[in-house]
Design a protein around this ligand. Sequence first.
Ligand SMILES: [Zn+2]
Length: 325
Amino acid sequence: MNVKLKCRICPKGCWLALGEMGDCRVRQNIDGKIRCTTYGYPCSLNIDPIEKKPLYHFLPGSSILSVGTPGCNLHCRSCQNAQISQAGMRIPAGEKRLPDDLVRLARKHKCPAVAYTYTEPLVSFEYTYDCCKATAAAGIKNVLVTAAYINPEPLLEIGPYIDAANVDLKSFSDTFYREICDARLGPVLNALIQMKAGGVMLEITNLIIPTLNDSEEETKTLCEWVVENLGAETPLHFSRFFPQYQLKHLPLTPEKTLLRAREIALQTGLHFVYVGNIQSNEGSHTYCPNCGNLLIERHGYTVRRNRVSVGQCPACQTPIPGVWE
Ligand SMILES: [Zn+2]
Protein backbone atom coordinates (compact mmCIF):
# COMPACT_ATOMS: atom_id res chain seq x y z
CA MET A 1 0.00 0.00 0.00
CA ASN A 2 2.94 2.31 -0.62
CA VAL A 3 1.49 3.57 -3.87
CA LYS A 4 1.19 7.32 -4.23
CA LEU A 5 -2.06 8.66 -5.64
CA LYS A 6 -2.35 11.77 -7.77
CA CYS A 7 -5.08 14.21 -6.82
CA ARG A 8 -7.16 14.99 -9.90
CA ILE A 9 -8.83 18.20 -8.75
CA CYS A 10 -6.38 21.02 -9.33
CA PRO A 11 -3.38 21.76 -11.56
CA LYS A 12 -1.01 21.18 -8.64
CA GLY A 13 -1.65 17.46 -9.07
CA CYS A 14 -0.31 16.50 -5.64
CA TRP A 15 1.02 12.95 -5.35
CA LEU A 16 -0.12 11.65 -1.99
CA ALA A 17 1.37 8.74 -0.10
CA LEU A 18 -0.83 6.89 2.35
CA GLY A 19 -1.97 9.33 5.05
CA GLU A 20 -0.53 12.32 3.24
CA MET A 21 -2.47 15.58 2.86
CA GLY A 22 -2.52 17.67 -0.33
CA ASP A 23 -1.22 21.21 -0.63
CA CYS A 24 -4.80 22.40 0.04
CA ARG A 25 -4.74 20.69 3.47
CA VAL A 26 -8.12 19.22 2.64
CA ARG A 27 -7.60 16.24 0.37
CA GLN A 28 -5.92 13.22 1.91
CA ASN A 29 -4.93 9.72 0.91
CA ILE A 30 -6.93 7.64 3.37
CA ASP A 31 -6.84 3.87 2.96
CA GLY A 32 -5.62 4.20 -0.64
CA LYS A 33 -8.30 6.63 -1.76
CA ILE A 34 -8.14 10.41 -1.95
CA ARG A 35 -10.87 11.79 0.27
CA CYS A 36 -12.27 15.19 1.06
CA THR A 37 -11.68 15.56 4.81
CA THR A 38 -13.98 18.59 5.08
CA TYR A 39 -17.03 16.70 3.77
CA GLY A 40 -20.08 17.81 5.72
CA TYR A 41 -18.20 20.19 7.98
CA PRO A 42 -18.40 23.80 6.84
CA CYS A 43 -16.54 26.23 9.10
CA SER A 44 -18.65 29.22 8.03
CA LEU A 45 -22.36 29.41 7.41
CA ASN A 46 -24.07 32.79 7.03
CA ILE A 47 -26.82 34.56 5.21
CA ASP A 48 -25.29 37.38 3.20
CA PRO A 49 -26.54 39.94 0.74
CA ILE A 50 -25.64 38.55 -2.68
CA GLU A 51 -23.92 41.88 -3.41
CA LYS A 52 -21.26 40.88 -0.87
CA LYS A 53 -19.97 37.97 -3.02
CA PRO A 54 -19.83 40.28 -5.07
CA LEU A 55 -22.50 39.47 -7.62
CA TYR A 56 -24.26 42.51 -9.10
CA HIS A 57 -26.04 40.92 -12.05
CA PHE A 58 -27.54 37.88 -10.37
CA LEU A 59 -30.75 38.15 -8.30
CA PRO A 60 -29.89 41.63 -6.98
CA GLY A 61 -31.10 42.42 -3.49
CA SER A 62 -31.52 38.76 -2.51
CA SER A 63 -30.10 36.94 0.49
CA ILE A 64 -27.82 34.03 -0.19
CA LEU A 65 -26.96 31.12 2.06
CA SER A 66 -23.16 31.24 2.20
CA VAL A 67 -21.14 28.16 3.02
CA GLY A 68 -17.40 27.93 3.55
CA THR A 69 -15.26 24.87 4.12
CA PRO A 70 -11.70 25.07 5.45
CA GLY A 71 -8.76 25.03 3.05
CA CYS A 72 -7.49 26.42 -0.22
CA ASN A 73 -5.11 25.32 -2.95
CA LEU A 74 -3.74 28.86 -3.24
CA HIS A 75 -1.69 30.56 -0.54
CA CYS A 76 -2.22 34.22 -1.32
CA ARG A 77 -0.13 36.48 0.81
CA SER A 78 -3.02 38.95 0.74
CA CYS A 79 -5.68 36.49 1.95
CA GLN A 80 -8.40 38.05 4.08
CA ASN A 81 -9.65 34.67 5.28
CA ALA A 82 -6.28 33.05 6.02
CA GLN A 83 -7.47 31.70 9.37
CA ILE A 84 -9.85 29.36 7.60
CA SER A 85 -8.37 29.15 4.10
CA GLN A 86 -4.92 28.09 5.25
CA ALA A 87 -6.09 25.89 8.08
CA GLY A 88 -7.47 22.75 6.54
CA MET A 89 -8.92 20.47 9.15
CA ARG A 90 -6.74 21.86 11.91
CA ILE A 91 -9.60 24.13 12.87
CA PRO A 92 -12.25 22.50 14.99
CA ALA A 93 -15.11 21.04 13.01
CA GLY A 94 -18.44 22.75 13.46
CA GLU A 95 -21.84 21.17 13.26
CA LYS A 96 -22.31 18.55 10.58
CA ARG A 97 -24.19 19.91 7.56
CA LEU A 98 -25.03 17.44 4.84
CA PRO A 99 -26.30 18.56 1.41
CA ASP A 100 -29.95 18.11 2.44
CA ASP A 101 -29.36 20.35 5.47
CA LEU A 102 -28.31 23.16 3.14
CA VAL A 103 -31.50 22.69 1.12
CA ARG A 104 -33.52 22.91 4.35
CA LEU A 105 -31.62 25.99 5.57
CA ALA A 106 -31.93 27.80 2.23
CA ARG A 107 -35.69 27.16 2.25
CA LYS A 108 -36.09 28.15 5.88
CA HIS A 109 -34.35 31.48 5.32
CA LYS A 110 -35.97 32.01 1.91
CA CYS A 111 -32.64 32.13 0.08
CA PRO A 112 -33.06 31.55 -3.67
CA ALA A 113 -29.41 30.51 -3.94
CA VAL A 114 -26.49 28.98 -2.07
CA ALA A 115 -22.95 30.37 -2.37
CA TYR A 116 -19.82 28.30 -1.82
CA THR A 117 -17.47 31.00 -0.66
CA TYR A 118 -15.00 32.45 1.89
CA THR A 119 -12.28 29.89 1.01
CA GLU A 120 -11.83 27.72 -2.10
CA PRO A 121 -14.95 25.57 -2.53
CA LEU A 122 -13.44 23.46 -5.31
CA VAL A 123 -10.85 21.78 -3.09
CA SER A 124 -13.76 20.37 -1.05
CA PHE A 125 -14.92 19.07 -4.40
CA GLU A 126 -17.06 16.09 -3.37
CA TYR A 127 -18.91 18.11 -0.73
CA THR A 128 -19.46 21.14 -2.99
CA TYR A 129 -20.55 18.84 -5.81
CA ASP A 130 -23.09 16.93 -3.70
CA CYS A 131 -24.46 20.16 -2.20
CA CYS A 132 -24.84 21.74 -5.65
CA LYS A 133 -26.61 18.66 -6.96
CA ALA A 134 -29.02 18.52 -4.00
CA THR A 135 -29.83 22.24 -4.07
CA ALA A 136 -30.26 22.28 -7.87
CA ALA A 137 -32.71 19.36 -7.60
CA ALA A 138 -34.66 21.46 -5.07
CA GLY A 139 -34.84 24.42 -7.46
CA ILE A 140 -32.23 26.44 -5.58
CA LYS A 141 -29.50 28.14 -7.56
CA ASN A 142 -25.77 27.71 -6.94
CA VAL A 143 -23.01 30.29 -6.88
CA LEU A 144 -19.29 29.65 -6.72
CA VAL A 145 -16.90 32.23 -5.35
CA THR A 146 -13.62 30.79 -6.50
CA ALA A 147 -10.09 31.38 -7.70
CA ALA A 148 -10.87 28.84 -10.45
CA TYR A 149 -7.60 26.98 -10.04
CA ILE A 150 -9.12 23.70 -11.12
CA ASN A 151 -8.61 21.04 -13.78
CA PRO A 152 -10.98 20.85 -16.76
CA GLU A 153 -12.48 17.44 -15.86
CA PRO A 154 -13.86 18.24 -12.39
CA LEU A 155 -15.05 21.60 -13.69
CA LEU A 156 -16.94 19.80 -16.43
CA GLU A 157 -18.59 17.58 -13.81
CA ILE A 158 -19.76 20.36 -11.51
CA GLY A 159 -20.47 22.95 -14.22
CA PRO A 160 -24.06 21.87 -15.00
CA TYR A 161 -25.07 22.61 -11.39
CA ILE A 162 -23.50 26.08 -11.24
CA ASP A 163 -25.62 29.08 -12.17
CA ALA A 164 -23.23 31.92 -11.46
CA ALA A 165 -19.70 32.49 -10.27
CA ASN A 166 -17.55 35.30 -9.09
CA VAL A 167 -14.02 34.40 -10.06
CA ASP A 168 -11.00 36.09 -8.53
CA LEU A 169 -8.70 36.96 -11.39
CA LYS A 170 -5.90 37.98 -9.10
CA SER A 171 -3.53 39.43 -11.66
CA PHE A 172 -2.66 39.09 -15.30
CA SER A 173 0.92 38.16 -14.51
CA ASP A 174 2.08 34.58 -14.13
CA THR A 175 4.91 35.86 -11.92
CA PHE A 176 2.34 37.37 -9.56
CA TYR A 177 0.44 34.08 -9.46
CA ARG A 178 3.63 32.17 -8.70
CA GLU A 179 5.10 34.55 -6.13
CA ILE A 180 2.00 35.88 -4.35
CA CYS A 181 -0.51 33.04 -4.73
CA ASP A 182 1.57 29.89 -5.22
CA ALA A 183 -0.31 29.08 -8.41
CA ARG A 184 -0.18 29.78 -12.17
CA LEU A 185 -2.20 32.11 -14.36
CA GLY A 186 -2.83 29.83 -17.37
CA PRO A 187 -5.15 27.28 -15.74
CA VAL A 188 -7.29 30.11 -14.28
CA LEU A 189 -7.79 31.64 -17.73
CA ASN A 190 -8.67 28.23 -19.16
CA ALA A 191 -11.19 27.61 -16.38
CA LEU A 192 -12.81 31.00 -17.03
CA ILE A 193 -13.22 30.21 -20.72
CA GLN A 194 -14.62 26.80 -19.86
CA MET A 195 -17.14 28.24 -17.38
CA LYS A 196 -18.28 30.83 -19.89
CA ALA A 197 -18.71 28.14 -22.56
CA GLY A 198 -20.66 26.05 -20.04
CA GLY A 199 -23.22 28.81 -19.54
CA VAL A 200 -22.13 29.98 -16.07
CA MET A 201 -23.02 33.64 -15.44
CA LEU A 202 -19.60 35.10 -14.67
CA GLU A 203 -18.48 38.14 -12.76
CA ILE A 204 -14.78 38.84 -12.21
CA THR A 205 -13.02 40.38 -9.23
CA ASN A 206 -9.55 41.86 -9.39
CA LEU A 207 -8.01 42.88 -6.07
CA ILE A 208 -5.59 45.71 -6.78
CA ILE A 209 -2.55 45.57 -4.50
CA PRO A 210 -0.20 48.59 -4.55
CA THR A 211 3.20 47.87 -6.19
CA LEU A 212 2.29 44.25 -7.00
CA ASN A 213 -0.45 44.33 -9.65
CA ASP A 214 -1.49 47.99 -9.89
CA SER A 215 0.17 49.06 -13.14
CA GLU A 216 -2.06 50.56 -15.81
CA GLU A 217 -0.52 48.21 -18.40
CA GLU A 218 -1.50 45.14 -16.41
CA THR A 219 -5.03 46.43 -15.83
CA LYS A 220 -5.39 47.15 -19.54
CA THR A 221 -4.12 43.71 -20.57
CA LEU A 222 -6.44 42.02 -18.10
CA CYS A 223 -9.46 43.98 -19.38
CA GLU A 224 -8.59 43.30 -23.02
CA TRP A 225 -8.42 39.60 -22.26
CA VAL A 226 -11.83 39.67 -20.56
CA VAL A 227 -13.43 41.54 -23.48
CA GLU A 228 -11.95 39.17 -26.02
CA ASN A 229 -12.52 35.88 -24.20
CA LEU A 230 -15.50 36.37 -21.92
CA GLY A 231 -17.27 39.28 -23.59
CA ALA A 232 -17.65 43.02 -23.01
CA GLU A 233 -20.83 42.31 -21.01
CA THR A 234 -18.89 40.53 -18.22
CA PRO A 235 -19.14 42.53 -14.98
CA LEU A 236 -15.72 43.36 -13.56
CA HIS A 237 -15.12 44.42 -9.96
CA PHE A 238 -11.93 46.17 -8.90
CA SER A 239 -11.47 45.68 -5.20
CA ARG A 240 -9.47 47.67 -2.70
CA PHE A 241 -6.65 45.93 -0.85
CA PHE A 242 -6.34 46.33 2.91
CA PRO A 243 -2.92 45.60 4.45
CA GLN A 244 -3.28 42.19 6.08
CA TYR A 245 -1.89 38.69 6.56
CA GLN A 246 1.58 38.56 4.93
CA LEU A 247 1.30 41.92 3.17
CA LYS A 248 0.83 44.20 6.16
CA HIS A 249 3.77 46.31 4.99
CA LEU A 250 1.95 47.46 1.84
CA PRO A 251 -0.37 50.50 1.77
CA LEU A 252 -4.10 50.56 1.28
CA THR A 253 -4.99 50.89 -2.42
CA PRO A 254 -5.48 54.61 -3.16
CA GLU A 255 -8.99 55.46 -4.34
CA LYS A 256 -7.59 57.11 -7.45
CA THR A 257 -5.92 53.84 -8.51
CA LEU A 258 -9.27 52.06 -8.39
CA LEU A 259 -11.10 54.83 -10.22
CA ARG A 260 -8.34 54.94 -12.83
CA ALA A 261 -8.63 51.16 -13.29
CA ARG A 262 -12.36 51.61 -13.84
CA GLU A 263 -11.70 54.25 -16.51
CA ILE A 264 -9.22 51.96 -18.26
CA ALA A 265 -11.70 49.08 -18.19
CA LEU A 266 -14.48 51.22 -19.68
CA GLN A 267 -12.10 52.48 -22.37
CA THR A 268 -11.21 48.89 -23.18
CA GLY A 269 -14.87 48.30 -23.93
CA LEU A 270 -16.20 46.63 -20.80
CA HIS A 271 -19.81 47.65 -20.10
CA PHE A 272 -20.14 47.04 -16.37
CA VAL A 273 -17.21 48.02 -14.17
CA TYR A 274 -17.47 48.35 -10.41
CA VAL A 275 -15.15 49.30 -7.59
CA GLY A 276 -15.37 47.60 -4.20
CA ASN A 277 -14.43 48.61 -0.67
CA ILE A 278 -14.59 52.34 -1.40
CA GLN A 279 -17.42 54.84 -1.56
CA SER A 280 -18.06 55.60 -5.20
CA ASN A 281 -21.46 56.14 -6.72
CA GLU A 282 -20.44 55.58 -10.32
CA GLY A 283 -18.48 52.48 -9.26
CA SER A 284 -21.43 51.03 -7.31
CA HIS A 285 -24.34 51.62 -9.63
CA THR A 286 -25.28 49.86 -12.86
CA TYR A 287 -25.80 52.04 -15.91
CA CYS A 288 -27.26 51.15 -19.28
CA PRO A 289 -24.30 50.67 -21.66
CA ASN A 290 -26.39 52.05 -24.51
CA CYS A 291 -28.15 55.17 -23.18
CA GLY A 292 -26.40 55.73 -19.84
CA ASN A 293 -29.64 55.46 -17.85
CA LEU A 294 -29.08 54.65 -14.16
CA LEU A 295 -30.46 51.11 -13.78
CA ILE A 296 -29.49 49.82 -10.34
CA GLU A 297 -28.70 52.12 -7.46
CA ARG A 298 -26.64 50.56 -4.69
CA HIS A 299 -25.36 51.78 -1.39
CA GLY A 300 -22.79 49.40 0.07
CA TYR A 301 -24.39 45.97 -0.16
CA THR A 302 -27.91 47.41 -0.34
CA VAL A 303 -29.91 47.77 -3.54
CA ARG A 304 -31.81 51.06 -3.23
CA ARG A 305 -33.58 50.87 -6.54
CA ASN A 306 -33.63 48.42 -9.43
CA ARG A 307 -35.11 49.70 -12.67
CA VAL A 308 -34.14 46.72 -14.84
CA SER A 309 -37.41 45.58 -16.33
CA VAL A 310 -37.80 42.15 -17.94
CA GLY A 311 -34.05 42.07 -18.32
CA GLN A 312 -33.96 45.35 -20.20
CA CYS A 313 -33.21 49.03 -19.77
CA PRO A 314 -36.68 50.61 -19.43
CA ALA A 315 -35.56 53.68 -21.41
CA CYS A 316 -34.04 52.10 -24.53
CA GLN A 317 -34.93 48.37 -24.21
CA THR A 318 -31.28 47.29 -24.41
CA PRO A 319 -31.01 43.81 -22.88
CA ILE A 320 -28.97 43.89 -19.65
CA PRO A 321 -27.08 40.62 -19.13
CA GLY A 322 -27.84 38.89 -15.86
CA VAL A 323 -30.40 36.91 -13.94
CA TRP A 324 -32.91 39.43 -12.66
CA GLU A 325 -35.73 37.37 -11.13
ZN1 LIG B 1 -30.79 52.29 -22.02
